[in-house]
Design a protein around this ligand. Structure first.
Ligand SMILES: *[C@@H]1O[C@H](CO)[C@@H](O)[C@H](O)[C@H]1NC(C)=O
Ligand SMILES: [Cu+2]
Length: 123
């Protein structure tokens, strides 16, 4: 196992433990893109919303038409998939936000460039 995936696993466990506490108080669930779902031109969807750590994002899409990849800032800006990135493919992916910046793209060829990408700051 590489250092990268080891620390990613530890981070995932810490988020899980932290969220067990905060969930009782105040966790919200958001459907990315609202009725339109996770598709092209979704990059502006987070605008004007306030997200908190442990809120859940639901990504709805047709499997095979899109996917959801957890990336870093460079991956978001440049539409590149970092090594070891987590890939979701169910078409109904529920992902908890970590505190701070969270970046997601679809890494099908050209889709991120066409706005199938979101950046979210969770307080
Ligand atoms: C999407 O991400 C997966 C997992 O990292 C990778 O295997 C695949 O090559 C990526 N696709 C593109 C088009 O970058
Ligand atoms: Cu896509």
């Amino acid at each position: 196992m590489s250092m990268g995936s080891g620390s990613a696993m530890i981070a995932a466990v810490l988020i899980l433990l932290f969220c067990l506490y905060s969930e009782m108080a105040h966790a919200a669930t958001y459907t990315v893109g609202d009725a339109g779902g996770w598709t092209f031109n979704t990059a502006a969807w987070p605008k004007g919303k306030r997200f908190r750590a442990c809120d859940t994002l639901v990504f709805n899409y047709s499997p095979g038409a899109h996917n959801v990849v957890t990336v870093d800032k460079a991956g978001y800006v440049n539409c590149r998939t970092p090594r070891g990135a987590k890939v979701y493919t169910s078409g109904n992916d529920q992902i908890k936000l970590a505190r701070g910046q969270n970046y997601f793209i679809c890494n099908f060829s050209g889709h991120c460039e066409a706005g199938t990408k979101i950046a979210i700051n969770a307080l």
